[in-house]
Write a protein of this length. Structure first.
Length: 426
């Protein structure tokens, strides 16, 4: 097909689905097939999806045990409880028990314990050999007093193989302005927020009653991280950063509405101790592949910055809100997915008047522990109709990801409390 005819064919699609449809097609998602039986999702050929649980409340992160039971962390309390244990029976998962008197985001099973976070603490529950909580009424406090200023408060967590716990401490600011999100307000000199937030803190996973001050600032310059995991192949911490908002709103002299919708990148970082990702002094432009100086610190959309900041491992269009990150280590899916990254994008709010976008799960191929090749949309349709997606009125918003012992992929939704199970069959 000639190029001009291909463009003419794609233009109506762009009008219906918004600018991000074009981006998705360019990144290899043409294999997606809508199936009525796939819980309303579009998936690559050979994959199928089922809703195994629904109406659970705001399900944030999830984890699946070797016994195929699901622990789900709720953002708020449902009937006074913030953690659900679901038992799978065929194509359904039923709530077996609920416990934990705190809402929040993070949850993980490691070395005989279930770890779960509120917006200010991290707790753990002792597990038996079947990975069931022994005493749900007696959580142990691992860390308390974590900073929560009411913005970017989610304490996403992960654990490594050496006894360390990693916790996101989101910056309570958009770009460290003197007056947050106020047009014309400059960036604070030295950004004092970075002393206590805007990074990843490391704690001991086995020591109880640690305070915020007992932690080590493992990495800094990260505005907010919700997708976080330990990469077993690289033995390294990986995170997904939420990029800053309102470039056009605050600096219309430098940025168009379209640039505001597409910038800055949502970035994946591979972190080592002491790394600095550059917030609030720089943002990453995924189109030019450059680190750019923030306008609050003298940038104009053309000046580069962040010379001492690390480069992202991968970058994605702006404002898609990456809330879940999982490296696939199972054997059920085709070989191309092995050790690659699935990312759950919660969906945007800061793209108007352009259509809102996201609300899907993408796949980023990896080779030898590094991103290799273009990312692609893996599962779409969570939001509902194209109009609902474009207006940001999504029915479902992907948040957490988990892998089952059989290699199935689970996706949680914190809008209507749905859990999806995605499987593959040749």
């Amino acid at each position: 097909m000639k190029r001009k005819y291909l463009v003419s064919f794609l233009l109506p699609l762009v009008a219906v689905f918004g600018i991000f449809t074009m981006l998705a097609l360019k990144n290899g998602s043409t294999d997606l097939k809508p199936e009525a039986s796939n819980a309303g999702l579009t998936l690559p050929s050979g994959f199928s999806a089922a809703i195994i649980a629904d109406n659970l409340g705001g399900v944030r992160h999830i984890t699946v045990t070797p016994q195929n039971e699901i622990y789900a962390k709720l953002k708020g309390l449902e009937h006074g409880k913030g953690i659900l244990l679901l038992h799978q029976n065929g194509d359904k998962a039923e709530v077996k028990s609920s416990f934990g008197s705190f809402g929040g985001t993070g949850i993980a099973v490691k070395n005989g314990y279930l770890y779960a976070s509120s917006d200010q603490e991290v707790f753990r529950f002792k597990l038996n050999v079947q990975n069931e909580v022994i005493d749900p009424n007696m959580p142990e406090t691992v860390v308390t007093g974590l900073l929560n200023r009411g913005e970017h408060e989610a304490k996403a967590i992960t654990l490594d193989n050496a006894g360390h716990l990693y916790v996101n401490i989101g910056a309570y600011s958009n770009a460290c302005q003197v007056k947050d999100r106020e047009k014309g307000s400059p960036g604070q000199k030295g950004c004092p927020i970075l002393d206590s937030a805007g990074g990843i803190w490391q704690f001991s996973a086995s020591k109880l009653n640690q305070h915020y001050g007992d932690g080590i600032r493992y990495a800094t310059g990260l505005r907010n991280v919700v997708g976080i995991t330990w990469n077993q192949q690289k033995n390294q911490l990986f995170v997904m950063q939420h990029g800053r908002d309102q470039l056009h709103d605050l600096y219309p002299q430098y940025f168009t509405e379209k640039q505001n919708a597409e910038l800055p990148a949502e970035c994946m970082y591979a972190l080592n101790k002491g790394d600095n990702a550059g917030w609030p002094y720089m943002y990453y432009d995924w189109q030019t592949h450059k680190k750019m100086l923030m306008p609050e610190y003298g940038g104009d959309g053309k000046k580069t910055g962040g010379e001492k900041a690390i480069d992202p491992a991968a970058a994605f269009p702006g404002h898609l809100a990456p809330n879940g990150l999982l490296f696939y280590t199972g054997n059920q899916f085709p070989a191309k997915y092995k050790n690659g990254a699935f990312i759950a994008f919660h969906g945007s709010w800061n793209r108007a008047p352009e259509p809102q976008a996201g609300y899907f799960v993408v796949f980023q191929p990896f080779v030898n522990g590094k991103p290799a090749g273009k990312w692609e949309v893996f599962a779409d349709g969570f939001a509902g109709t194209a109009d609902q997606k474009a207006k940001g009125a999504a029915l479902h918003r992907p948040c957490g990801l988990a892998q089952g012992p059989d290699g199935a992929l689970y996706v949680s939704d914190d809008s209507r409390g749905t859990i999806y199970k995605i499987t593959y069959k040749k």
